[in-house]
Design a protein around this ligand. Structure first.
Ligand code: 13P
Length: 241
């Protein structure tokens, strides 16, 4: 089993932090840890020019057309991106993205050679009602079914991001997160199970990163707020070494 840790910075609707492009920037990928950044579309070009590994926060499945304000997976690939986020909860909430639409995004991303990071996770209400696993299973299986012909462990990453832990300062305990990651892994086919990376997102910070990243089934982090501080982000990356 060889799953290289992946630490991703999701800058959301924020400018690239000062010094992101420095030679010794914490946003640069390392030999032992994949580091990927997700800037706004406006900052993608300067990040690729700075030779960082870059992803887009969203991509539309159609190649081109009348979709005001959107960018296609193909355009994202052409702009030099390697990764793309699919189905982040903020997109599901603010843009009403359905599981089926997220699956279309994943298919289009893989088809044009991008690596999608599929975001799944339950809300606080769903967790309270005991539906966390059911929700995560539905979100994941819609995509797995649609992409079964294309999937290899290296062309998809799964991010478990419990919605109640995003931007709230509440982190899933390492034990709770590990339990869900192990469950998610159990839903994967035998060929994918050992090698597919499942990363955690939701208030990851230097103080909790080591405990989360040392769990058996947690293969990295998708970091929001703490990724805007190069020093804090660097500490998280170092916790993965
Ligand atoms: P926070 O780290 O700010 O909770 O955000 C997590 C997230 O949504 C990453 O995609």
């Amino acid at each position: 089993m060889l799953r290289k840790k992946l630490i991703a910075a999701n800058w959301k609707m924020n400018n690239a932090p000062t010094g992101f492009d420095a030679k010794d920037s914490s946003y640069r990928t390392k030999s032992d840890v994949d580091v990927v950044i997700f800037p706004t579309f406006l900052d993608i070009e300067k990040c690729t020019k700075a030779e960082l590994i870059v992803g887009a926060q969203y991509g539309r499945p159609e190649e081109k057309g009348a979709f005001t304000g959107d960018e296609s997976m193909k355009q994202i690939k052409t702009s030099g991106c390697t990764y793309v986020l699919c189905g982040h909860s903020e997109r599901r909430i603010h843009h009403s993205e359905s599981d089926a639409f997220v699956a279309e995004q994943v298919i289009a991303a893989i088809d044009c050679g991008l690596i999608p990071i599929l975001c799944i996770g339950e809300t606080a209400d769903e967790r309270e009602m005991g539906q966390a696993k059911e929700v995560v299973k539905r979100q994941l299986e819609t995509v797995l079914l649609a992409t079964s012909h294309q999937l290899q462990a290296r062309n998809l990453v799964i991010a478990y991001e419990p919605v109640w832990a995003i931007g709230t300062g509440k982190t899933a305990t390492p034990t709770d997160a590990e339990e869900m990651h192990a469950y998610i892994r159990s839903l994967l086919s035998e060929e994918l199970q050992n090698d597919m990376r499942i990363i955690y997102g939701g208030s990851m910070k230097p103080e909790n990163a080591k405990d989360l990243l040392s769990q058996k089934n947690i293969d990295g982090g998708l970091v929001g707020a703490a990724s805007l501080d190069p020093v804090a982000f660097g500490k998280i990356v170092n916790s993965a070494l």
